[in-house]
Design a protein around this ligand. Structure first.
Ligand SMILES: Cc1ncc(COP(=O)(O)O)c(C=O)c1O
Length: 474
C-alpha cells in the first residue's frame, strides 16, 4: 500500500485575486471536462481558448487578404495584420518599435537559427551556452564551431541552477566574449535563471540570446528591464494557436551586428541577376524569408487578448498557487515501507521556478522506473504529460548525474544503434523523466487526478526491468 496524500479542498470558483478561473475553464477550455481530460503538458504547448478560434474565424470570414508583398487593397490588409501582430508582440514584451525589431519566423528554433547563422563568430568571438538549454539553442554551437569560435559551458548545480556563472563568464570574457545563450526558464526543471545575468554579461562585452519560450507563457517578461539583445519564442507555447509562428525580438542595435548569409524573396530592397547585387531591407523584413504566415499572424491579437483578460501577474500567481500544492504533495508520496515514491529533479522549493516539474518514480530498490511506464499509465487515465529528456540533454545529464566520460563512451559505442533504453543500460542510469507542466486552464482537479494516478501505480514498483543495470564498457 502506498501512503495516500489527502486531496486538497474543492477549489473555490474565484481563487486568484478575484478572477474566476473556473468560469474561464468552462468558457474557453470546456472541451477538457467535456472529454474528461487532464492536460498537464503546457511546456509542450499551451491550449487555445475557444474565443481565439471565434475571433480568427470571424476575421477571415470578413476580410479579403492577399500576399502582403504588394500594394493592392488586399495586400495592404495583410500588411496591416502583420504590423498589428508586431505591435502586440512588442507590447507584450514591454518595448516598442523605436528600440526593437520583431522578426516573424516559423517557430522559436527558426528564430534561434537566424541569430546562429548571422552572428559574427570567429576565433576571438565565442559562444557561451548554459548547460541547461533546449537543443534548438545547443545547435548554435555548429555555426560557432565552423567559424573556429571557442565554446564555453555554464555548468549546473545539484538543483539544476547555474553554478557560479560569473566565473565562467569572466573567463570567457577574457578570451574575447561573444554570444551568451540561455533560457529564462528551463523547459526541463522549471528553474528560472537569474535575469540579472543578462546585463552582467553585456557589461563584460557579450551579446545575449535569451530563450523565453518556456518563461513567457507563465510570467511577464520585460525586455526593457531585462535588455537581452535577442529574445526568441513560439506563440503556440503562449496561447496554443496559431502553430507554426515564432519570433526573434531583437534590439535594433544588436541586429546591426548580424550578417545574413543569404537573401530571399521578401528580404531585399533590390536584387539583380545581371549586376549580381542585392540589398537587404534594413528592418524586420530583412530577416523574414519569403511570404510570412499572414493569415496565421491574424490570430495573434486574440491570443494576447486572452492573456490580457487574465493578466500575466494573476496568471503567474495562479500557477504559483497550484505549484505550492503540487510540489509538496509529490514529495510526500511514499512507498509502503516509508521510502520516497519519486525523485524530483531540480529545486524542491517554489523559489525561482515556474510551473514545471520533472521526476521519476522509484522502484522498490530506489531505482528510477522507465518513464514510459508512467507515460503509458497517464495516457490510459486521460492525463497528458510528457516523458523523455525534453530536448534538453544538458539538464538531463546533470539531473541523472551521468559522468561525461561514460556518456562519451556510451554514445560513441551506440552511434549506429542508439535508443534511449540502450543508453540507459550502458550509462547505468535513468536517461529520461516524467514532466508535468501547468498552464492557464489547469485546476485543482487535474492535480488531484495526477496524484491519484501516481499513488495507484504500486504494481509498477515491482517491475524489475533492468533498464538501468550497468553494462561493462570495453
Ligand atoms: C525552452 C525552449 N526553447 C526552444 C524550444 C523550441 O521551440 P519550437 O519547437 O517551437 O521551435 C522549446 C520547445 O519545446 C523550448 O521549450
Amino acid at each position: 500500500m502506498l501512503t495516500a496524500t489527502p486531496p486538497r479542498q474543492a477549489p473555490t470558483a474565484s481563487d486568484s485575486a478575484g478572477f474566476d478561473f473556473a468560469a474561464l475553464r468552462r468558457r474557453e477550455f470546456g472541451r477538457l471536462d467535456g472529454q474528461g481530460h487532464a492536460y498537464l503538458d503546457y511546456a509542450g504547448s499551451a491550449l487555445y481558448g475557444s474565443s481565439q478560434l471565434r475571433a480568427h474565424l470571424q476575421l477571415l470570414e470578413d476580410g479579403i487578404f492577399g500576399n502582403p508583398h504588394s500594394e493592392s487593397r488586399c495586400s495592404r490588409a495583410s500588411t496591416e495584420i502583420i504590423e498589428r501582430a508586431r505591435d502586440a508582440v512588442l507590447h507584450f514584451l514591454d518595448v516598442d518599435a523605436s528600440t526593437h525589431l520583431v522578426c516573424f519566423t516559423a517557430n522559436c528554433s527558426a528564430a534561434i537559427k537566424l541569430v546562429a547563422e548571422s552572428y559574427p563568430f570567429d576565433a576571438r568571438c565565442g559562444l557561451l551556452l548554459s548547460a541547461d538549454n533546449h537543443n534548438s539553442v545547443n545547435g548554435i554551437r555548429e555555426y560557432a564551431g565552423r567559424a573556429g569560435a571557442p565554446l564555453h559551458i555554464l555548468p549546473l548545480d545539484s538543483e539544476l541552477r547555474l553554478d557560479h556563472p560569473e566565473r565562467v563568464l569572466q573567463a570567457a570574457a577574457q578570451r574575447g566574449g561573444g554570444l551568451l545563450a540561455l533560457p529564462a526558464q528551463s523547459n526541463f526543471s522549471g528553474v528560472r535563471h537569474s535575469l540579472s545575468l543578462v546585463s552582467h554579461a553585456q557589461v563584460l562585452g557579450f551579446d545575449v540570446l535569451l530563450d523565453i519560450a518556456a518563461h513567457a507563457p507563465g510570467k511577464a517578461i520585460s525586455l526593457r528591464q531585462c535588455p537581452a539583445d535577442f529574445a526568441v519564442l513560439s506563440f503556440y507555447k503562449l496561447f496554443g494557436y496559431p502553430t507554426g509562428i515564432g519570433a526573434l525580438v531583437m534590439r535594433r542595435e544588436a541586429g546591426r551586428r548580424l550578417r545574413r548569409p543569404w537573401f530571399a524573396g521578401g528580404t531585399v530592397q533590390f536584387a539583380s541577376v545581371g549586376a549580381n547585387l542585392h540589398r537587404l531591407h534594413s528592418g524586420s523584413e530583412g530577416f523574414e524569408d519569403g511570404t510570412p504566415d499572414f493569415l496565421g499572424l491574424a490570430a495573434l491579437p486574440a491570443g494576447f487578448a486572452l492573456l490580457d483578460e487574465v493578466g500575466m501577474p494573476r496568471l503567474s500567481d495562479r500557477l504559483a498557487g497550484l505549484m505550492s500544492d503540487l510540489l509538496p504533495r509529490l514529495q510526500q508520496l511514499r512507498q509502503a515501507d516509508g521510502s520516497p515514491l519519486l525523485r524530483l529533479y531540480g529545486p524542491s522549493t517554489l523559489q525561482d521556478r515556474g510551473a514545471t516539474v520533472a521526476f521519476n518514480l522509484l522502484d522498490r530498490n530506489g531505482q528510477p522506473l522507465p518513464y514510459a511506464l508512467i507515460e503509458a499509465a497517464a495516457r490510459d487515465a486521460g492525463i497528458s504529460l510528457r516523458g523523455g529528456c525534453f530536448c534538453n540533454p544538458g539538464a538531463s545529464e546533470a539531473a541523472f548525474a551521468i559522468a561525461p566520460e561514460r556518456l562519451t563512451r556510451c554514445l560513441s559505442r551506440l552511434r549506429e544503434s542508439f535508443s534511449p533504453a540502450r543508453l540507459a543500460a550502458c550509462a547505468g542510469s535513468a536517461v529520461g523523466a516524467v514532466r508535468v507542466s501547468l498552464g492557464m486552464a489547469t485546476n485543482q482537479a487535474d492535480l488531484d487526478r495526477l496524484l491519484a494516478l501516481l499513488e495507484s501505480l504500486e504494481h509498477c514498483l515491482d517491475d524489475t526491468r533492468s533498464q538501468y543495470v550497468e553494462l561493462p564498457l570495453q
